[in-house]
Design a protein around this ligand. Sequence first.
Ligand SMILES: Cc1cc2nc3c(=O)[nH]c(=O)nc-3n(C[C@H](O)[C@H](O)[C@H](O)COP(=O)(O)OP(=O)(O)OC[C@H]3O[C@@H](n4cnc5c(N)ncnc54)[C@H](O)[C@@H]3O)c2cc1C
Length: 377
Amino acid sequence: MTGRLSLDVAIIGGGTAGCAAALHLARRGLSVALFERRTVGSQASGVNFGGVREQGRDFAELPLSRRSRRIWDELPALIGSDGEFMATGHLKLARDEDQMAVLEAFATGAADYGLAVERITGNRLRADYPWLGPKVIGATLCRSDGQANPRIVAPGFGQAARRAGAQVFEHEAVRHATRDAGGFRIETEAGRQVTAATLINVAGAWGATVAGWFGDAVPIAPRSPSMQVTEPLPYRVKVNVGVVGGDVYARQTPRGNVIFGGGQGWNDMATITSRAGETEVMAAMRRLTGILPWAGGAHVIRTWSGIEGFTPDDLPVLGSSVTTPGLLHAFGFSGHGFQLGPAVGEVLAELVLTGRSETPLAPFSIERFGGVLAASA
Ligand SMILES: Cc1cc2nc3c(=O)[nH]c(=O)nc-3n(C[C@H](O)[C@H](O)[C@H](O)COP(=O)(O)OP(=O)(O)OC[C@H]3O[C@@H](n4cnc5c(N)ncnc54)[C@H](O)[C@@H]3O)c2cc1C
């Protein structure tokens, strides 16, 4: 396939962030094309745990996360699907007093952002959540948090973007991109030559590679959270559950399967392969039965992982390039970008259209890493 395209905006990456950006830009009448190496939502956006939570985030992320949470409620109107989002609440558990202090501190600080987080201890903990194991000594509940089906969210945004007029090219990797006085020149593996006034880099774990084409240096580590799902068990856990420190997290589908994660698996960036870690699978099962003892002995029917870019401070890069006018980055979501994706798309569209965002982005500036590479040819 060959061809030439001249666009207002080109987008590299078809995860939730890229598809949401394409949707908003196309709705505003811009000519937009998105290039995805595999299929829309086939990487982190489609294989994650499905947690949609504000609780436990770095406070710097809360304004963006709060904005995204509002959009999760509006998904049916925005993309024609609710993504199976359910506001089940997120219950974060403490297994000792130090962890309880962490939960208390978050609950207090979150109030400044208008996020309600309830402390739950003692008899109420046992009465409301009788399925918790005795190692759990307390918890905090954020009722507005929840869970969704990652398999359908990014494709939902992708389909909505297409309906709004964006061109979404799947199985078409971007080989390289440069910028000159005429704008961005983008070449795909299929041989397509594209020019665009603006380029958006939402390439997930490969975001630093794309940034590097323009001399923007970001220290990204590709990691692969280890995920598992059990056979159906009696439906008990209606909230999304995590622990302080994140060494295990779980949710149960109404059909009864317990989806849980914890620890890191492995990946091979060259072949784009990821797997749950052999030892992590057993370790996460042990930690799961520490908080949900009745799940002990359940058959695990599938394990999997994905590839996600982690930054040194676990905050994303979201905003303009240091080196290249018209280049926007949004990547490095460090294991918690599924909840943020809908707002990231809106923010990117705002930046393209107005050069600024109503959401504070300073903590996500690429400049915090301070590095500029020698631009590649
Ligand atoms: C196993 C796992 C569990 C997680 N659990 C949660 C959770 O419960 N809650 C939460 O909020 N977050 C979670 N996350 C994190 C979340 O999934 C990601 O932060 C988020 O999906 C990132 O979205 P994205 O659109 O930025 O990136 P991706 O979904 O990774 O999309 C980037 C896309 O860019 C494409 N691409 C890369 N290079 C090129 C190129 N040169 N040309 C064309 N296309 C290219 C890739 O193929 C990919 O599809 C988890 C992640 C993983 C891996």
